[in-house]
Every structure is written in C-alpha cells, then in structure tokens.
Design a protein around this ligand. Structure first.
Ligand SMILES: N[C@@H](CCC(=O)N[C@@H](CS)C(=O)NCC(=O)O)C(=O)O
Length: 217
C-alpha cells in the first residue's frame, strides 16, 4: 500500500490518512510530492487519471484519491484496527462530524491554514468565531455519548480524530480557543507518537509556501 502526500508542514489533507494509518499500526510506503516545487503530483494524476491533489492511496492496481475515502478503505481493509468505534450510534456521530469537517469550517480552513511549525496570533473574526463555536458544540455532542475511556472524541482514537487533526494545529498555532474539553483533546493528539513523528518531519522540511506563511496577524 502506497500513500502519496504533500508537505508535512502545510498539507492538512495529507495528515489525516497518514495519521490514521500510523496510529492503527498499518505498514505502508509513503512518497511526498511537493506540488508547488515539483511536477510529481501532476505526473501521478496523469498516470491514474485523477485530480492533481493529495492524498492518494495506491493499493495493488487500485487508486483511491480522497482523504475520507482512503480512511474508509483502510478501516474496511483492516477491521481489527477499529478505526471507527464499535457502537453504531457513536460511529454515526463520528461519521457525521467527519463529513462536516470534510465539507465545512471554511473560515478556519481558509484564514488559518495548517502550519505545524509556526506559532502566530490571529484576530478572531465573526466567521472564525462561528467555526470555533461549532467545534465546541461538536465536542459537546461527543461528551454526551456513552463511550470507552480515553481523551479522543470516541474515547479511543478513530477516523474522526484524524479528520480534525489539522484543526488541532490551527487552534494551537494561531492562539485560538474552543473549550476545556477541546484542550484535553489537543493534549491527547499532541501526545500521539505518530503526531510527534509528523511534527518532527514538518520541522525538518525546507519548502516554504509564502501564501501560507503570510497568514496570521
Ligand atoms: N478532497 C480532497 C482535498 C484534497 C486537497 O485539497 N489537497 C490539497 C493539499 S492539502 C492539494 O492537493 N492541493 C494541490 C494543489 O493545490 O495544487 C481530499 O479530501 O482528499
């Protein structure tokens, strides 16, 4: 199984399946395609007739080209990894929140791009505040559920944590605040050896995306 990703410092969609695979202990090969600095991603896209976007998973002759689709495929292929919670109601909530992340949080995503190695401040616009308030409400939904012990959204780590992983860097990297529960989740996420491995690699990278670096106040 081969996962194609981009910059560990900036590529939020790459982080999601990479983290899920790592936390689940699944062996995979990875190739980093720095799309603003090389044509590797364009070549991959042309080879498989897919959009020039990461992440992409290639398993045998099959290609999967979307972060959530990749994680669904991995969860199905490795049921013992329990990448979704066992309980069907908790799983339904986790899937709803994962889907909301996939298609929402536009202000947070556009105004506070993931930049793992930077620490900035950000004036909170009403649009950003609305996204922060929504995060708090989502965390309250999970807090109200019956679930296994643990500080992740479903107790134990699952795909919904992976989907929100870049948000963790956005909140901590731009000095934003959500709630005490959210801070507990940030601590658990930062404590994951896989997250530390990702951060160490992001800190080593020399590519700079000026547009991303210019964000923040
Ligand atoms: N729907 C895609 C979105 C992927 C996406 O937007 N990836 C960005 C990197 S984080 C990308 O590949 N950008 C390529 C470019 O801007 O040229 C997914 O969830 O996997």
């Amino acid at each position: 199984m081969h996962l194609y990703i981009a910059y560990k410092n900036y590529s939020s969609w790459s982080l999601r399946p990479w983290l899920a695979l790592k936390v689940a202990g699944i062996t995979f090969d990875e190739t980093l395609l720095p799309f603003a600095h090389s044509d590797g991603l364009d070549k991959l896209a042309a080879q498989y007739d897919i959009p020039a976007q990461v992440p992409v998973l290639v398993d045998e002759e099959h290609v999967i080209w979307d972060s959530l689709a990749i994680m669904e495929y991995v969860a199905e292929s490795y049921p013992d990894s329990h990448l979704w919670p066992q309980d069907k109601w908790l799983r339904a909530l986790a899937r709803s929140a994962a889907a909301e992340m996939h298609s929402g949080f536009m202000s947070l995503r556009s105004e506070c791009p993931m930049n793992c190695r930077s620490q900035k401040s950000k004036v909170v616009t009403p649009e950003i505040q609305a996204d922060l308030d929504r995060l708090q409400v989502i965390w309250e939904h999970f807090a109200a559920m019956d679930k296994p012990e643990g500080d992740f959204l479903c107790g134990q780590f699952s795909i919904v944590d992976a989907m929100y992983a870049p948000v963790m860097w956005r909140i901590s990297g731009y000095g934003l605040e959500v709630s005490a529960d959210f801070d507990k989740w940030i601590a658990a996420m930062k404590n994951l050896p896989a997250m530390q491995e990702w951060l160490a690699a992001a800190q080593q990278e020399e590519w700079v995306m000026e547009g991303y670096e210019a964000m923040g106040d």
